[in-house]
Ligand binder design. Structure first.
Ligand code: AR6
Length: 186
């Protein structure tokens, strides 16, 4: 069952599943600064999307030398049921005194900006930094939902807005946390 709320002109939805199977205009990847792939959702996206995605990441690397933490780049989605993949680099959790919260907010904001610039009506986010990078899941969910809600509320009335943002939770704990956190937003 889906949980959802509407903020401004956008429906926010929480689903459980594999983001590589979600049909959306933009799928967001939790990448690393090298942009050369890795484990977790990054590995799954490159496996399912095929080599075109890595080729595009290599071209970006050649131009700008990777992607700093909190920033985002956009590539083809290869064979995925999406038009684009936005690769953003979440912070490694380091106890909380290293601006991790602000860096995670930046991931969501910068990913939204790139996706909207590319005309995305639907955007799917994974739970950035909550796997290999060990960000506490509840805090990460609160930051994700707050950053996205604030971004949508700040959009001008005549600015393009996505119709749908999907928070894709892979594990049961994140799904429960997101459902509860989303419930507290309404
Ligand atoms: N679909 C949706 N979510 C997934 C999937 C999937 N197929 N697979 C895992 N997750 P992680 P991070 C969830 O570790 O913490 C990589 O090696 C997972 O349950 O993928 O940002 C990169 O190259 C978790 O909730 O990303 C970086 O080096 C969430 O995705 C590093 O990991 C994020 O977990 C980034 O670490």
């Amino acid at each position: 069952m889906e949980a959802s709320i509407t903020i401004n002109r956008t429906v926010l939805t929480v689903v459980r599943g594999d983001i590589t199977k979600i049909p959306a205009d933009v799928i967001v990847n939790a990448a690393n600064t090298s942009l050369l792939g890795g484990g977790g959702v990054d590995g799954a996206i490159h496996r399912a999307g095929g080599p075109e995605i890595l080729d595009a990441c290599r071209r970006i690397r050649a131009q700008q030398g990777g992607c700093p933490v909190g920033e985002a780049v956009i590539t083809t989605a290869g064979q995925l049921p999406a038009q684009y993949v936005v690769h953003t680099v979440g912070p490694v959790w380091n106890g909380g005194d290293d601006d991790e919260a602000e860096k995670l907010r930046d991931c969501y904001r910068n990913s939204l900006t790139l996706a909207i610039e590319h005309g995305a009506a639907s955007i799917a986010f994974p739970n950035i930094s909550t796997g290999i990078y060990s960000f506490p899941k509840l805090l990460a969910a609160e930051i994700a939902l707050d950053a996205v809600a604030e971004y949508l509320c700040e959009l001008a009335d005549d600015a393009p807005a996505p119709k749908r943002i999907i928070f894709v939770c892979y594990d049961a704990e994140n799904e429960l946390i997101y459902r509860e956190t989303l419930g507290n937003c309404s």
